[in-house]
Design a protein around this ligand. Structure first.
Ligand SMILES: Nc1ncnc2c1ncn2[C@@H]1O[C@H](COP(=O)(O)OP(=O)(O)OP(=O)(O)O)[C@@H](O)[C@H]1O
Ligand SMILES: [Mg+2]
Length: 307
């Protein structure tokens, strides 16, 4: 288990992280969401022992990062933001160096390096120096060093940033494959990634933890949760007809689509499909909405802005 206890970080007068507390169990992929400058990377640096908290601490599988940093760090793999260090080393030299620093010796070194190289498809760039790699390959080298020792806790700061669509897909699959018995903490600006990958999501803004929920729980906060969106020719007629249903609270026409919002009565989706049949409308698209994460994100972080 990992536990953040009132983690706080000041940079001079700036309060970058403000008393963030949470506990995470194995089997969790926890996503940090938040605007630029929210404090996500700073929180990750403190969790992994790379930055001392101003106040508070974190405990990683029983090891306090302030008093027992080495043991805590052994349990973790960390992908920092930005490019990896040691740019003048070849990928192979760098990964072997990391394996040795992690305590592997002899045949174990190559075995560990090869396994990570396979998982991140790095074979073709093994001899190349890191500084000459493209952005996406640098990111993949960073991921390879993080997973090399198969740690129970992974902290990955924007793991898919800069990757092409195929590699994004591969890295998400890698994270999902590893997730069952580990704790994986990621940060991301890709909201679909939260739904696709995370079992739990935290929205952070201005250093404060504003929401801590499952992706489904976040979606349920959306005004679009259980709304019905459809496209058809005569939007205005459909809007007034559907707006009069007792199952509907409100209608909205935006960008050529009609959205009907549920009242607290009955089943809106059934009522809408019944009405479509009764009226004989030609409907191109009909969708029951789970909710819109971008809208929840905006609402939660705007409220923080106003506070
Ligand atoms: N070394 C530093 N010195 C001074 N201020 C810093 C330092 N590092 C970060 N900050 C500030 O702390 C705040 C939080 O930064 P942080 O990098 O944690 O944000 P973030 O949520 O990771 O943002 P992004 O989404 O852009 O990566 C920002 O205002 C940032 O400018
Ligand atoms: Mg960051």
């Amino acid at each position: 288990m990992i536990e953040a206890k009132s983690l706080t970080r000041r940079y001079g007068p700036l309060l970058a992280v403000d008393k963030i507390s949470f506990a995470v169990e194995p089997g969790t992929v926890l996503g940090f969401l938040g605007p630029n400058g929210a404090g996500k990377s700073t929180t990750m640096k403190m969790l992994t022992g790379f930055l001392a908290p101003t106040e508070g601490t974190a405990v990683i599988h029983g090891h306090d990062i302030r008093t027992d940093s080495l043991a805590a760090r052994r349990k973790m793999g960390y992908l920092p933001e930005g490019a990896p260090l040691y740019g003048e080393l070849s990928v192979e030299r760098f990964l072997k160096f990391v394996a040795e620093a992690r305590g592997f010796r002899g045949a174990d070194v190559s075995q560990r390096v090869n396994a990570a190289v396979d998982r991140l498809s790095l074979a073709e760039v093994m001899g190349q120096t890191i500084e000459t790699l493209s952005k996406g390959f640098k990111r993949r080298v960073g991921l390879a060093q993080a997973i090399l020792h198969d740690p129970p806790v992974l902290v990955l700061d924007e793991p898919t940033d800069g990757l092409d669509p195929n590699q994004k897909h591969e890295v998400r699959r890698l994270i999902r494959d590893m997730a069952s018995d580990k704790i994986i903490v990621i940060s991301t600006h890709i909201l679909e990634e939260v739904d696709a990958l995370c079992t739990r999501a935290m929205i952070i803004a201005r250093g404060r933890l504003l929401a801590d929920d499952t992706p489904a729980g976040l979606l349920a906060r959306s005004r679009y949760h259980n709304a019905v969106t459809l496209t058809l020719d005569d939007l205005e007629t459909a809007a007034s007809r559907l707006g009069a249903l007792v199952e509907s609270r409100e209608v909205e026409i935006r960008r050529g689509k009609l959205t009907v919002f549920p009242s607290s009565q009955g089943n809106l989706f059934e009522a809408v499909t019944r009405t479509i049949q009764e009226e004989g409308w030609q409907v191109d698209q009909l969708q029951l909405e789970a909710g819109r994460l971008d809208e929840v994100f905006r609402t939660v972080t705007d409220t923080a802005e106003a506070a």
